[in-house]
Ligand binder design. Sequence first.
Ligand code: SF4
Length: 393
Amino acid sequence: MPTLTRLPRPRDVLNEFGIYVHVPFCSHRCWYCDFNAYAGLDDQIAPYMDALERDAREAFSAPDGAELDQRPVVTSIFIGGGTPSLVPAPSIVCVVDALRDGWTIASDAEITIECNPESITAAKLDAYLAGGINRISFGVQSLDNALLERLGRIHDAATALEALRLAKRAGFDNVSADLIYGVPDETDDAWRRSLDGVLATGVDHLSCYALIYEEGTPLESFRKLGKVVPIPDDDVARRWDMTNEILGAGGFVRYEISNWTKPGRASKHNSLYWKCGEYLGIGAGAHSHLATRCGAVRSWTVKSPERYASRARPAGSEQIDVRTRASEVMLLGLRMTEGVSKDAFARLVGSSIEEVYPDELEAAVSRDLLAVDADAVTVRRPFLLNEAVLPFV
Ligand code: SF4
Protein backbone atom coordinates (compact mmCIF):
# COMPACT_ATOMS: atom_id res chain seq x y z
CA MET A 1 0.00 0.00 0.00
CA PRO A 2 1.49 3.39 -0.97
CA THR A 3 1.74 6.21 1.53
CA LEU A 4 0.54 9.70 0.83
CA THR A 5 0.86 12.74 2.99
CA ARG A 6 -2.25 14.25 1.46
CA LEU A 7 -5.01 12.37 -0.30
CA PRO A 8 -6.43 13.75 -3.55
CA ARG A 9 -9.63 15.79 -3.12
CA PRO A 10 -12.68 13.83 -4.32
CA ARG A 11 -14.29 17.01 -5.61
CA ASP A 12 -11.37 17.46 -8.05
CA VAL A 13 -11.85 13.90 -9.33
CA LEU A 14 -15.65 13.80 -9.54
CA ASN A 15 -16.49 17.50 -10.04
CA GLU A 16 -19.33 17.03 -7.57
CA PHE A 17 -20.08 18.15 -4.03
CA GLY A 18 -23.22 17.40 -2.00
CA ILE A 19 -24.96 18.78 1.07
CA TYR A 20 -27.14 16.57 3.28
CA VAL A 21 -29.69 18.24 5.57
CA HIS A 22 -31.17 16.10 8.36
CA VAL A 23 -34.69 16.71 9.68
CA PRO A 24 -35.11 14.17 12.52
CA PHE A 25 -38.82 14.56 13.35
CA CYS A 26 -41.48 11.89 12.76
CA SER A 27 -45.08 11.62 13.88
CA HIS A 28 -44.60 7.97 14.85
CA ARG A 29 -41.69 5.55 15.13
CA CYS A 30 -41.86 2.67 12.62
CA TRP A 31 -41.08 -0.78 14.08
CA TYR A 32 -38.03 -1.40 11.89
CA CYS A 33 -36.45 2.05 12.07
CA ASP A 34 -32.94 2.65 13.43
CA PHE A 35 -32.46 6.08 11.87
CA ASN A 36 -31.76 9.16 13.96
CA ALA A 37 -35.46 10.04 14.11
CA TYR A 38 -37.80 11.04 16.96
CA ALA A 39 -41.54 11.11 17.50
CA GLY A 40 -43.26 13.48 19.92
CA LEU A 41 -40.73 16.35 19.70
CA ASP A 42 -42.99 18.82 17.91
CA ASP A 43 -42.06 21.60 20.34
CA GLN A 44 -38.44 21.31 19.18
CA ILE A 45 -39.17 21.72 15.48
CA ALA A 46 -39.05 25.55 15.34
CA PRO A 47 -35.70 26.05 17.20
CA TYR A 48 -34.17 23.14 15.31
CA MET A 49 -35.16 24.53 11.91
CA ASP A 50 -33.70 27.93 12.94
CA ALA A 51 -30.42 26.17 13.76
CA LEU A 52 -30.46 24.37 10.42
CA GLU A 53 -31.02 27.63 8.58
CA ARG A 54 -28.10 29.24 10.39
CA ASP A 55 -25.84 26.29 9.63
CA ALA A 56 -26.93 26.22 6.01
CA ARG A 57 -25.37 29.68 5.70
CA GLU A 58 -22.39 29.24 7.98
CA ALA A 59 -21.26 25.65 8.43
CA PHE A 60 -18.18 24.69 6.59
CA SER A 61 -15.95 23.38 9.38
CA ALA A 62 -15.30 19.85 10.51
CA PRO A 63 -15.81 19.35 14.26
CA ASP A 64 -12.09 19.47 14.94
CA GLY A 65 -11.98 22.91 13.34
CA ALA A 66 -10.43 21.70 10.08
CA GLU A 67 -11.88 23.99 7.48
CA LEU A 68 -12.64 23.42 3.85
CA ASP A 69 -9.97 25.28 1.92
CA GLN A 70 -12.71 26.73 -0.29
CA ARG A 71 -16.46 26.34 -0.76
CA PRO A 72 -16.99 24.11 -3.79
CA VAL A 73 -19.93 24.43 -6.18
CA VAL A 74 -22.79 22.32 -4.81
CA THR A 75 -24.17 19.78 -7.29
CA SER A 76 -26.72 18.05 -5.05
CA ILE A 77 -28.71 18.72 -1.89
CA PHE A 78 -30.63 16.01 -0.04
CA ILE A 79 -33.14 16.91 2.67
CA GLY A 80 -33.69 13.65 4.51
CA GLY A 81 -34.93 12.34 7.81
CA GLY A 82 -36.90 11.61 9.76
CA THR A 83 -39.83 13.09 7.91
CA PRO A 84 -39.00 16.46 6.34
CA SER A 85 -42.60 16.73 5.06
CA LEU A 86 -43.77 16.86 8.68
CA VAL A 87 -42.31 20.33 9.27
CA PRO A 88 -43.87 23.46 7.73
CA ALA A 89 -42.86 23.84 4.08
CA PRO A 90 -41.73 27.49 4.52
CA SER A 91 -39.07 26.43 7.03
CA ILE A 92 -37.74 23.83 4.57
CA VAL A 93 -37.61 26.47 1.84
CA CYS A 94 -35.83 28.88 4.22
CA VAL A 95 -33.06 26.28 4.65
CA VAL A 96 -32.73 25.88 0.88
CA ASP A 97 -32.64 29.68 0.50
CA ALA A 98 -29.95 29.88 3.18
CA LEU A 99 -27.88 27.31 1.30
CA ARG A 100 -28.19 29.49 -1.81
CA ASP A 101 -26.99 32.50 0.23
CA GLY A 102 -24.00 30.66 1.66
CA TRP A 103 -22.96 28.49 -1.26
CA THR A 104 -22.84 28.46 -5.05
CA ILE A 105 -25.46 25.97 -6.19
CA ALA A 106 -24.99 24.56 -9.70
CA SER A 107 -27.83 25.52 -12.06
CA ASP A 108 -28.55 21.83 -12.70
CA ALA A 109 -28.20 20.76 -9.05
CA GLU A 110 -30.44 17.92 -7.90
CA ILE A 111 -32.38 19.03 -4.80
CA THR A 112 -34.29 16.17 -3.14
CA ILE A 113 -36.75 16.07 -0.27
CA GLU A 114 -37.86 12.89 1.53
CA CYS A 115 -41.56 12.78 2.33
CA ASN A 116 -44.06 10.46 3.93
CA PRO A 117 -47.41 9.99 2.22
CA GLU A 118 -49.57 10.97 5.20
CA SER A 119 -47.90 14.35 5.67
CA ILE A 120 -47.90 15.66 2.12
CA THR A 121 -50.38 18.20 0.71
CA ALA A 122 -50.74 19.99 -2.64
CA ALA A 123 -49.75 23.26 -0.93
CA LYS A 124 -46.52 21.75 0.42
CA LEU A 125 -45.64 20.32 -2.99
CA ASP A 126 -46.18 23.73 -4.63
CA ALA A 127 -44.00 25.38 -1.98
CA TYR A 128 -41.19 22.86 -2.52
CA LEU A 129 -41.27 23.40 -6.29
CA ALA A 130 -41.32 27.18 -5.90
CA GLY A 131 -38.32 26.85 -3.57
CA GLY A 132 -36.31 25.00 -6.22
CA ILE A 133 -36.69 21.45 -4.88
CA ASN A 134 -36.76 19.30 -8.02
CA ARG A 135 -36.81 15.70 -6.77
CA ILE A 136 -39.13 14.06 -4.25
CA SER A 137 -38.81 10.69 -2.60
CA PHE A 138 -41.69 8.99 -0.78
CA GLY A 139 -41.50 6.33 1.92
CA VAL A 140 -44.18 4.04 0.50
CA GLN A 141 -42.70 0.70 1.70
CA SER A 142 -45.69 -1.45 0.61
CA LEU A 143 -49.12 -1.25 -0.98
CA ASP A 144 -50.47 -4.00 1.27
CA ASN A 145 -52.23 -2.53 4.30
CA ALA A 146 -51.59 -5.57 6.51
CA LEU A 147 -47.86 -5.43 5.72
CA LEU A 148 -47.75 -1.67 6.33
CA GLU A 149 -49.21 -2.31 9.78
CA ARG A 150 -46.65 -5.02 10.37
CA LEU A 151 -43.92 -2.47 9.66
CA GLY A 152 -45.51 0.03 12.03
CA ARG A 153 -46.27 2.50 9.26
CA ILE A 154 -49.17 4.90 9.79
CA HIS A 155 -50.26 5.43 6.18
CA ASP A 156 -52.29 3.05 4.03
CA ALA A 157 -51.88 2.06 0.39
CA ALA A 158 -54.48 4.51 -0.94
CA THR A 159 -52.75 7.43 0.78
CA ALA A 160 -49.39 6.38 -0.66
CA LEU A 161 -50.74 6.13 -4.21
CA GLU A 162 -52.49 9.48 -3.89
CA ALA A 163 -49.26 11.13 -2.66
CA LEU A 164 -47.32 9.83 -5.68
CA ARG A 165 -50.01 11.00 -8.10
CA LEU A 166 -50.25 14.38 -6.34
CA ALA A 167 -46.50 14.92 -6.76
CA LYS A 168 -46.73 14.16 -10.48
CA ARG A 169 -49.76 16.45 -10.88
CA ALA A 170 -47.96 19.24 -9.00
CA GLY A 171 -45.21 19.13 -11.64
CA PHE A 172 -42.40 17.00 -10.15
CA ASP A 173 -40.72 15.18 -13.02
CA ASN A 174 -38.39 13.22 -10.76
CA VAL A 175 -40.42 11.19 -8.27
CA SER A 176 -38.97 8.29 -6.32
CA ALA A 177 -40.54 5.70 -4.01
CA ASP A 178 -38.95 3.52 -1.34
CA LEU A 179 -40.30 -0.02 -0.95
CA ILE A 180 -39.39 -2.83 1.47
CA TYR A 181 -39.55 -6.52 0.55
CA GLY A 182 -39.16 -9.63 2.66
CA VAL A 183 -41.69 -8.51 5.29
CA PRO A 184 -43.06 -11.38 7.41
CA ASP A 185 -46.11 -12.99 5.73
CA GLU A 186 -45.44 -11.16 2.45
CA THR A 187 -46.22 -13.27 -0.61
CA ASP A 188 -44.84 -13.04 -4.13
CA ASP A 189 -48.23 -11.71 -5.22
CA ALA A 190 -48.27 -9.00 -2.56
CA TRP A 191 -44.79 -7.85 -3.64
CA ARG A 192 -45.80 -7.89 -7.29
CA ARG A 193 -48.89 -5.79 -6.51
CA SER A 194 -46.76 -3.22 -4.67
CA LEU A 195 -44.35 -2.89 -7.60
CA ASP A 196 -47.11 -2.79 -10.22
CA GLY A 197 -49.16 -0.27 -8.21
CA VAL A 198 -46.25 2.10 -7.73
CA LEU A 199 -45.17 1.79 -11.38
CA ALA A 200 -48.68 2.70 -12.52
CA THR A 201 -48.35 6.14 -10.88
CA GLY A 202 -45.52 7.03 -13.29
CA VAL A 203 -42.66 7.17 -10.77
CA ASP A 204 -39.19 7.74 -12.19
CA HIS A 205 -37.05 5.94 -9.62
CA LEU A 206 -37.45 3.15 -7.08
CA SER A 207 -35.36 2.11 -4.07
CA CYS A 208 -36.26 -1.44 -2.98
CA TYR A 209 -34.66 -2.71 0.22
CA ALA A 210 -34.80 -6.08 1.91
CA LEU A 211 -36.20 -5.78 5.44
CA ILE A 212 -33.43 -5.74 8.04
CA TYR A 213 -34.02 -6.59 11.70
CA GLU A 214 -31.82 -3.90 13.22
CA GLU A 215 -30.62 -4.36 16.79
CA GLY A 216 -32.57 -2.21 19.23
CA THR A 217 -35.69 -1.83 17.10
CA PRO A 218 -39.15 -3.04 18.18
CA LEU A 219 -39.20 -5.35 15.16
CA GLU A 220 -36.05 -7.10 16.33
CA SER A 221 -37.57 -7.49 19.82
CA PHE A 222 -40.69 -9.02 18.25
CA ARG A 223 -38.45 -11.43 16.36
CA LYS A 224 -36.59 -12.44 19.51
CA LEU A 225 -39.92 -13.01 21.29
CA GLY A 226 -41.16 -15.13 18.38
CA LYS A 227 -43.96 -12.68 17.59
CA VAL A 228 -42.70 -12.26 14.03
CA VAL A 229 -40.93 -14.88 11.95
CA PRO A 230 -38.56 -13.72 9.19
CA ILE A 231 -39.30 -15.18 5.78
CA PRO A 232 -36.72 -17.62 4.35
CA ASP A 233 -33.62 -16.23 2.60
CA ASP A 234 -34.63 -17.96 -0.63
CA ASP A 235 -37.91 -16.03 -0.67
CA VAL A 236 -36.05 -12.78 -0.11
CA ALA A 237 -33.66 -13.62 -2.98
CA ARG A 238 -36.61 -14.45 -5.25
CA ARG A 239 -38.23 -11.07 -4.49
CA TRP A 240 -35.03 -9.31 -5.60
CA ASP A 241 -35.11 -11.32 -8.85
CA MET A 242 -38.79 -10.43 -9.29
CA THR A 243 -37.94 -6.77 -8.76
CA ASN A 244 -35.37 -6.86 -11.57
CA GLU A 245 -37.80 -8.61 -13.86
CA ILE A 246 -40.85 -6.40 -13.19
CA LEU A 247 -38.97 -3.11 -13.15
CA GLY A 248 -36.92 -4.13 -16.20
CA ALA A 249 -40.15 -4.76 -18.11
CA GLY A 250 -41.35 -1.34 -16.94
CA GLY A 251 -38.36 0.43 -18.55
CA PHE A 252 -36.20 0.72 -15.43
CA VAL A 253 -32.54 -0.24 -15.09
CA ARG A 254 -30.79 -1.19 -11.88
CA TYR A 255 -27.79 1.05 -11.18
CA GLU A 256 -27.10 0.07 -7.58
CA ILE A 257 -27.82 -3.05 -5.60
CA SER A 258 -31.15 -1.61 -4.30
CA ASN A 259 -31.90 1.18 -6.78
CA TRP A 260 -33.65 1.20 -10.15
CA THR A 261 -34.23 4.17 -12.43
CA LYS A 262 -35.77 5.34 -15.66
CA PRO A 263 -33.10 6.70 -18.04
CA GLY A 264 -31.51 9.86 -16.67
CA ARG A 265 -33.13 9.74 -13.23
CA ALA A 266 -30.46 8.02 -11.11
CA SER A 267 -30.00 9.84 -7.81
CA LYS A 268 -27.03 12.19 -8.16
CA HIS A 269 -26.72 12.63 -4.41
CA ASN A 270 -26.71 8.95 -3.49
CA SER A 271 -24.39 8.19 -6.42
CA LEU A 272 -21.97 10.73 -4.90
CA TYR A 273 -21.86 8.63 -1.71
CA TRP A 274 -21.20 5.43 -3.68
CA LYS A 275 -18.41 7.13 -5.64
CA CYS A 276 -16.76 8.17 -2.36
CA GLY A 277 -17.41 11.85 -3.07
CA GLU A 278 -17.36 14.82 -0.74
CA TYR A 279 -20.36 16.09 1.15
CA LEU A 280 -21.23 18.27 4.08
CA GLY A 281 -23.89 17.05 6.55
CA ILE A 282 -26.00 19.61 8.40
CA GLY A 283 -28.34 18.66 11.24
CA ALA A 284 -28.48 16.25 14.17
CA GLY A 285 -26.33 13.15 13.68
CA ALA A 286 -25.37 14.20 10.16
CA HIS A 287 -22.09 12.91 8.73
CA SER A 288 -19.65 14.79 6.51
CA HIS A 289 -16.83 13.61 4.27
CA LEU A 290 -14.59 16.52 3.42
CA ALA A 291 -11.17 17.33 2.08
CA THR A 292 -10.01 19.99 4.54
CA ARG A 293 -6.82 21.94 5.12
CA CYS A 294 -5.85 19.13 7.53
CA GLY A 295 -6.51 16.32 5.04
CA ALA A 296 -9.49 14.06 4.38
CA VAL A 297 -11.86 13.92 7.36
CA ARG A 298 -15.06 12.09 8.24
CA SER A 299 -17.03 13.86 10.94
CA TRP A 300 -20.41 13.75 12.61
CA THR A 301 -22.58 15.97 14.74
CA VAL A 302 -24.48 15.29 17.99
CA LYS A 303 -27.50 13.01 17.56
CA SER A 304 -29.86 14.89 19.88
CA PRO A 305 -31.98 17.51 18.06
CA GLU A 306 -32.17 19.55 21.26
CA ARG A 307 -28.40 19.65 21.70
CA TYR A 308 -27.94 20.38 18.02
CA ALA A 309 -30.31 23.35 18.23
CA SER A 310 -28.40 24.67 21.26
CA ARG A 311 -25.25 24.82 19.10
CA ALA A 312 -23.55 21.82 20.73
CA ARG A 313 -22.89 20.43 17.26
CA PRO A 314 -19.58 18.58 16.89
CA ALA A 315 -19.51 15.01 18.14
CA GLY A 316 -16.51 13.37 16.52
CA SER A 317 -14.24 13.01 13.54
CA GLU A 318 -11.60 10.75 12.09
CA GLN A 319 -8.79 11.31 9.65
CA ILE A 320 -9.00 9.24 6.48
CA ASP A 321 -5.72 7.61 5.51
CA VAL A 322 -4.87 6.07 2.17
CA ARG A 323 -5.81 2.54 3.26
CA THR A 324 -9.25 3.69 4.45
CA ARG A 325 -9.79 5.67 1.25
CA ALA A 326 -8.94 2.65 -0.93
CA SER A 327 -11.24 0.39 1.10
CA GLU A 328 -14.14 2.86 0.96
CA VAL A 329 -13.81 3.35 -2.79
CA MET A 330 -14.14 -0.43 -3.23
CA LEU A 331 -16.89 -1.09 -0.66
CA LEU A 332 -19.10 1.72 -1.89
CA GLY A 333 -18.30 1.54 -5.59
CA LEU A 334 -18.96 -2.17 -5.93
CA ARG A 335 -22.57 -1.53 -4.91
CA MET A 336 -23.07 0.19 -8.26
CA THR A 337 -23.77 -1.71 -11.47
CA GLU A 338 -21.03 0.27 -13.23
CA GLY A 339 -18.62 -0.83 -10.48
CA VAL A 340 -15.39 0.93 -9.52
CA SER A 341 -13.83 2.98 -12.30
CA LYS A 342 -10.11 2.21 -12.49
CA ASP A 343 -9.38 5.78 -13.47
CA ALA A 344 -11.40 7.22 -10.55
CA PHE A 345 -9.75 4.77 -8.12
CA ALA A 346 -6.27 5.84 -9.24
CA ARG A 347 -7.17 9.52 -8.95
CA LEU A 348 -8.86 9.15 -5.54
CA VAL A 349 -6.24 6.89 -3.99
CA GLY A 350 -3.06 7.94 -5.79
CA SER A 351 -2.19 4.42 -7.06
CA SER A 352 -3.76 2.00 -9.48
CA ILE A 353 -6.27 -0.56 -8.25
CA GLU A 354 -3.93 -3.37 -9.42
CA GLU A 355 -1.04 -1.94 -7.38
CA VAL A 356 -3.13 -1.65 -4.22
CA TYR A 357 -5.09 -4.91 -4.42
CA PRO A 358 -3.18 -7.36 -6.67
CA ASP A 359 -3.90 -10.56 -4.68
CA GLU A 360 -7.42 -9.64 -3.67
CA LEU A 361 -8.47 -8.98 -7.27
CA GLU A 362 -6.92 -12.17 -8.58
CA ALA A 363 -8.61 -14.29 -5.90
CA ALA A 364 -12.03 -12.67 -6.42
CA VAL A 365 -11.83 -13.09 -10.21
CA SER A 366 -10.83 -16.75 -9.90
CA ARG A 367 -13.90 -17.32 -7.68
CA ASP A 368 -16.09 -15.52 -10.24
CA LEU A 369 -17.08 -12.87 -7.68
CA LEU A 370 -15.59 -9.90 -9.56
CA ALA A 371 -14.96 -9.05 -13.21
CA VAL A 372 -12.01 -6.84 -14.14
CA ASP A 373 -11.84 -5.20 -17.56
CA ALA A 374 -9.79 -2.32 -18.97
CA ASP A 375 -11.95 0.36 -17.34
CA ALA A 376 -13.66 -0.99 -14.24
CA VAL A 377 -14.06 -3.66 -11.58
CA THR A 378 -17.62 -4.95 -11.26
CA VAL A 379 -19.51 -7.52 -9.19
CA ARG A 380 -20.36 -10.66 -11.17
CA ARG A 381 -23.24 -11.89 -9.00
CA PRO A 382 -25.00 -9.07 -7.12
CA PHE A 383 -26.54 -11.39 -4.56
CA LEU A 384 -23.00 -12.29 -3.45
CA LEU A 385 -22.03 -8.65 -2.98
CA ASN A 386 -21.16 -9.12 0.71
CA GLU A 387 -18.79 -11.93 -0.14
CA ALA A 388 -17.29 -10.02 -3.06
CA VAL A 389 -16.40 -6.97 -0.97
CA LEU A 390 -15.01 -8.89 2.03
CA PRO A 391 -11.32 -8.75 0.90
CA PHE A 392 -11.52 -4.94 0.78
CA VAL A 393 -12.95 -4.36 4.28
S1 SF4 B 1 -40.89 7.55 8.93
FE1 SF4 B 1 -38.82 6.88 8.35
S2 SF4 B 1 -37.44 7.94 9.75
FE2 SF4 B 1 -39.53 8.11 10.61
S3 SF4 B 1 -39.67 6.39 12.04
FE3 SF4 B 1 -40.49 5.67 10.07
S4 SF4 B 1 -38.71 4.75 8.99
FE4 SF4 B 1 -37.92 5.99 10.71
